[in-house]
Each structure stands twice: as C-alpha cells, then as structure tokens.
Design a binder for this molecule. Structure first.
Ligand code: T46
Length: 146
C-alpha cells in the first residue's frame, strides 16, 4: 500500500441476527476522532474528491454498496475498491484522492481526525504536486507511515 495509506480491518462481530462493527479511536483507527460524516445519493457517473489534505487523517468505510478510490502521490497511484463495511481505507496527509464508480444506494462513512477546515484542503492538483513533492522527495519509501 502506498505511503500514508493503509487498509484497516475492523472487528466483524457476527451473530445470526446480523453484523456489528465497532470503531474506537486510537484502537481501530490510528487517530483521535473529531468528526464523522457520510456521503449518500451519489449518481453512478459522478466522481468526488479531487483534493488532498495538509494535516487531516481519515478512514473511509463503505457501509453499503461499493465505490472506488484513486489515491495518488507524486510517485505512486493505486485504485482501491471499497465494498466491505468491516474494511476501512486510512488516508493520511498529502494524499490526493478521487472517488468514483459509486454503486446505486452506496453509503460512504468517513471518520476524521480534525474538525472541518477548508484551509486544510489542497484542491488544485498543481499546488498539491508542489507541496507533496517536497515531502515525498524526502521520504521516497512506498511503505505506510502508520
Ligand atoms: C474527503 C472525501 C472522502 C462541510 O461543510 N463539512 C464537512 O465536514 C465536509 C467533509 C464538507 N463540508 C462541505 C464543503 C463543501 O462545500 O461540504 C461540501 C462538499 O465537500 P467536498 O466537495 O469536499 O466533498 P467530497 O466528497 O469531494 O470530499 C469529502 C471530504 O470533503 C474530504 O475531506 O476526503 O470526502
């Protein structure tokens, strides 16, 4: 998995009456949780994201249906298919993300390490490359930092 990203496997407590998946800060996700939000009702041909964050850490969990996430840095690119509510995609700082191929009725839950702050976003790809190149030239390894 590329730098500053990881797949998180959550507990899946299965009983004959269904599944329960707990997510606890600093246990199941590697940060303190300050915010949650969820994304629903995305049209199948729509794509979202197209930005990076300077400081924010997040875990993205597809609770229902499926979607794909392209994660990128100046040196690497991967596409992750999220379709299992017991799996989260951890994304740390300075990773570009694009979400696409949302299935009908899909639900994306996000747990985040910070309150919402537009100043933390880098929404221009060239600006992102300039900021990220300084970090990734100093840390060329492709291993996760968590
Ligand atoms: C991310 C991906 C996975 C708020 O007011 N509060 C919030 O907590 C969030 C997340 C967004 N907003 C506002 C900002 C925009 O006016 O909601 C609007 C839509 O946000 P955005 O276009 O950034 O949504 P996505 O789906 O492109 O990205 C979101 C998160 O913003 C982002 O951090 O990593 O989901």
């Amino acid at each position: 998995m590329m730098y500053n990203c990881a797949l998180l496997k959550f507990k899946d407590i299965v009983r004959k009456d269904g599944h329960l998946t707990p997510i606890e800060e600093k246990i199941d996700v590697p940060f303190k949780i300050k915010r949650i939000y969820y994304i629903t009702g995305v049209a199948q041909k729509s794509a979202r994201g197209f930005h990076s964050h300077r400081k924010l850490q997040q875990a993205l969990i597809c609770l229902h249906g499926s979607l794909k996430i392209r994660i990128k840095n100046p040196n690497e690119e991967e596409i992750i298919n999220l379709n299992d509510p017991s799996v989260g995609l951890y994304i740390g700082p300075l990773v570009w993300r694009e979400m696409f191929d949302f299935s009908k009725g899909s639900v994306l839950l996000v747990v985040a390490s910070e309150h919402y702050s537009e100043e933390d976003y880098i929404r221009d790809y060239n600006l992102y490359l300039n900021e990220a190149k300084k970090i990734f030239q100093a840390n060329p390894a492709d291993d996760s930092k968590i």
